[in-house]
Design a protein around this ligand. Sequence first.
Ligand SMILES: *[C@@H]1O[C@H](CO)[C@@H](O)[C@H](O)[C@H]1NC(C)=O
Length: 702
Amino acid sequence: MSFTRIIRDLSVRALAVLDLVGTRFRQSNHVWRRGKGKGISTIVLGVFGLIVLGLIIGVAHKSNEDLDFLDYDGGAPGVDYAYEDLGGDASYEPPADEEVGRKPDDPQVSEATKKAFKEVLDAIQANSPEGQLQVSKGSECNLMDIGVTDTSKFDRLTKESLEKCLQIPEEMTKTLHEAHKKFRAAIGEKLMPMFRKLDTPAFSGDGILIVGGGKYSVFALPAIKAIRENSGFKLKSSIPIEIIIPPSDKADRGFCDNVLPKVDPLGLTKCVFLDEMFDADTLSHIEGYQIKALALLVSRFERVLMLDADNYVVNSINDYFTSSALNDKGLILWPDYWRRLHHPKLYGIVDLGVSPDHISRYSVDDVSPDYMYKKSVTDTPFHDFRDALPDGGTESGQLLVDKKKHLDSIIMSLYYNYNGKSYYYPILGQGFAGEGDKDTFALASRVMHGPGSFYQVKTPVDTLGHWADAKDEIRLLEEEYENVEKKFRGCAMLQHDYIEDSKFSSLAREVLGNTIRNNEEKFCDEWAAKNKGKFSAEEKARREECKKSKEVQDALHEKMRASYKLDDYLAFFSFTGVSFVHSHLPKYDPWEWYENGDMMFDGKKAKKNHKNDPDYVPAHSGNYRMYDSKFNQISSYDLELANWSAFKSYLCDLEGGYKNFGYLSNKIDSTKSPKQSNKDMCKYIEERVEYLKSTSWNDYDV
Ligand SMILES: *[C@@H]1O[C@H](CO)[C@@H](O)[C@H](O)[C@H]1NC(C)=O
């Protein structure tokens, strides 16, 4: 795809603006030529042009045009990954066509499939090492959570530095390596053939998977509603949803039988009870934090979008299951705020070599040529080496996988999670930011299918929330910002549309490549002009001479290095649309919000935070919104209102509504007067709905 093609394919309306982009590009060259670019990034002006292009795209967004003029270019990964020969065990192909598979609307699981699932768990158990890592940090450990753009701290990410924290005894490395090798062999020799041989394929069709159970079943209500409202004209009325209920949450029957049919009258949402899938003995070895990997395995869908129960779809995901990016890679992951802190010994344990011969990226930038940022091998962050897992870390609140390609990766990730607490979580996270399943999927894919076998979204995760008074965490109105010490209260993570992201990623490759090439040529021409007679007059020959001259190259690289900025690369992703709002903080349920009086100017929470302050008068009264006005730019859906009105409908309007939820029954029925408690909680919910309605931009029919 060339830049001229983009221009050709753009609508006439956009052309006028694009002309401006062209002007910016010429200007950037101009600045470059006159050498006045001191302190100005060499490519930033080109990027400025792109921002204009982004604006056009932003406009196109709003008017529902699409971005097809920017083709996803799956065939050109940033690095020349040498694909490993993976032999015959790499992919799972159902024996016959999809029609004979488990029908997406038929939750019945054949005995043979159940047996296959059990074999997987048995094999995992049989190959799991005993014992656990002693999590102690070396005294010289200077690791911390380091953001993907926090360049000033990147020097703490070298191999040497990553090895100074968690101590893994040599003996243990060997044991882990042996066990891992055996299990990997079992996947290829036994488990995958078993799935291939099933008469009725274990998986078919597309669907969304949510892990429910306990308070997560309560969260799932608005999540299902958001899918049915926002997922796009095709999916919203057709995509089936599975709610996986963990073994201890039998009490959620009521939710499945009585509430779900009302939330999703299409009848496309079904519960899957894990205790109907596995025998009690097998389940006794399963722990909560392993449920996500297990849910992925047992889900009846072949292409699965897994969402945390408090992760809401806010814009169309119509093409999520059919995109070329998914087709190409089979696994889509989303980024965390942080860079990877995996212990370098991990790579030995799982049999992956990372050689320091190739430095192929700078944090998330895998496009700019390495001379722009390269350092000595000992000063280079370990995960910038080619064969390490590329940064940033992964956040697993959403994940899209095609089991036809990655069933083996899912099984492998289940192994890592099974041995997570004891070994793999500390090895992957070294005790920092949210240890858990998040990085096990990328690792499994890398181990089973080599580098470049998954696509991770480049657009950084964003945050939504509000400014609060640092003293009491109560939201401030805009006019109050200046007078008080304020603190941002982050309430949700925003994750972006992977299809648009992959297009911007191709665009970045294309435009940065062109801009840098242009600058190299200009530099050569100027150099030749200053050194008359030493270079050929013929353009092509001259540029070849420049490429061969060490002196020219050194000078060029020095100049380019001085202007390198990671943000120039990230600027390409400023306009990616948001797909998901992961409402992770406060991770409370309507009951706790009511109990704490959260999100109120004069609720219990405000009073509690001022209990030693007799003269305290709340600045305002009533409810406030959790999200700031940025939300309206992201989606037209009033998520907060939809969220609380779902609680109102299914917990309060429905007679005895809370009793359908094991979690709420436990809480409410153990109070002195359950009836009164329920009434009070519903009062809080109803008042909140009223308030949100009165401040909504949506014509919401509650
Ligand atoms: C929806 O309500 C739940 C339960 O109170 C809360 O934890 C979550 O943050 C809310 N999400 C939104 C988007 O309002």
